[in-house]
Design a protein around this ligand. Sequence first.
Ligand SMILES: C[S@@+](CC[C@H](N)C(=O)[O-])C[C@H]1O[C@@H](n2cnc3c(N)ncnc32)[C@H](O)[C@@H]1O
Length: 392
Amino acid sequence: MTPQEFDYIRDLLKERSGLVLGDEKRYLIESRLTPVAREEGMESLSDLVTGLKGAGSEALRTKVTQAMTINESFFFRDKTPFENFKDIIVPAMLASPRSTSRTMRIWCAAASTGQEPYSLAIQIKELDDQLRGWNIEIVATDLSEEVLEKAKSGLYSQFEVQRGLPIQLMVKYFKQTGSLWQIDSSIRSMVKYQHFNLLDDYTPLGTFDVIFCRNVLIYFDPPTKSDMLGRMARRLRSDGFLALGAAETVIGISDDFMTVTGARGLYALQESAGTAASPPARVSAAATAATPISAVAQPVAPAAAPATSSPAKPMASGPRPAVAPAAAISASARPAPPVAAPAASTAPAPAVRPAPLGSAPALRPAVSVAPAPQAPAPQAPAPAGGIASRPV
Ligand SMILES: C[S@@+](CC[C@H](N)C(=O)[O-])C[C@H]1O[C@@H](n2cnc3c(N)ncnc32)[C@H](O)[C@@H]1O
């Protein structure tokens, strides 16, 4: 492969998936794409590049892009995000005034082979006593169709189920089928998989209470990370949470988020972040937390703003009103350290790719979260878009 051919593939990957490869990653291109070239009946990577440049090469471009994705994942990876989910996020959701609607939408933004969304689904099942009657949607997306197929099958090797998964959960939620282990259908049905490119427009996905975007930003350059985090902020409800991977941070990249004290890798929205529909302020999160939490100081939405997760609603475009943090929350979340040059406003944000989601149906939440004063909201039927939505 000539330097020009290497550059051609590198540019293609950057444009199609955001992946940035340094010169030292030449071996990765060779090891990943040589089998693709062979499958296509080509003799060399030079032939592959010629093919990529030819007319009608869209399918080949997609194949090459997907072949270059790094799909490493395992159950309960890094543990902390899942502990944060149990000890901080769920208590905060339970304490929220809008918990009367009992809905939670979670987006696993780079779900790979499914271990991350299934770990969350297992954890939600394990919190059945607290979350009974809730409609919880886990929307799991990835660029690679191959990993999504595996994720949907719920089939894992012995090695994969032994990696990160506590034995009692393995016994409880997996059944052996031949040499593989299949996750229980009750867990599988909690996750809706969708092919989605993080370079595309996020609006059709709707709004979320929680976004897990772990171990994917590391592959992108700072302007791309900054752009994605800004767009995620606008998909997150004002009292929502973002979980990043252990090697990832918002600091120096986005001024839309602030760290949650004592919760590694967990972020909440800054007051100034332009967000999706704002629910009423969350109160008393600390009071119900199973373990001491450093709760998040969240702004209060205008009284008139209905709590809704309908993606059809226009997003709040301007800054949210400056208000005091909810009274009963110990406002110990500290804003992210001042960023020298907020990347979101200074770095040239890459343009969002024009064609969002292809023919995928717009995701719609299970229910319209209307103020439901006393009684628990009734279970809503599955939406037309076919989102997995189930009570736990
Ligand atoms: C290393 S895996 C992370 C899996 C999981 N989040 C975890 O932490 O275990 C990264 C995933 O990001 C996906 N990915 C890479 N670029 C993407 C893009 N532009 N849009 C959506 N997914 C992407 C890859 O296909 C891969 O499955």
